[in-house]
Design a binder for this molecule. Structure first.
Ligand code: SF4
Length: 68
């Protein structure tokens, strides 16, 4: 199966991001697993994690923190 992951040179501000995508501004949220990195675990990503259904594709809100 094709793995959808991209490495961006800069944050994908206001753009859609896959859970395994990453950029140099990656900052892990507090409950992230240290060995795993990616937009899914990034403070700046909005995957609707606090809502009933998380999104498959999130939005990068850098530099606005979405989840600590
Ligand atoms: S969500 Fe985080 S790691 Fe992903 S592009 Fe935005 S700033 Fe970078």
């Amino acid at each position: 199966m094709e793995v959808k992951s991209n490495r961006y040179d800069i944050p994908k501000r206001d753009g859609s991001v896959w859970p395994e995508d990453i950029c140099p501004a990656y900052t892990s949220r507090e409950d992230a697993i240290p060995s795993i990195q990616g937009c899914w675990y990034c403070k700046y990503a909005d995957f609707h994690l606090k809502e009933e259904r998380a999104l498959e594709v999130g939005i990068c809100n850098w530099p606005k923190i979405i989840i600590e």
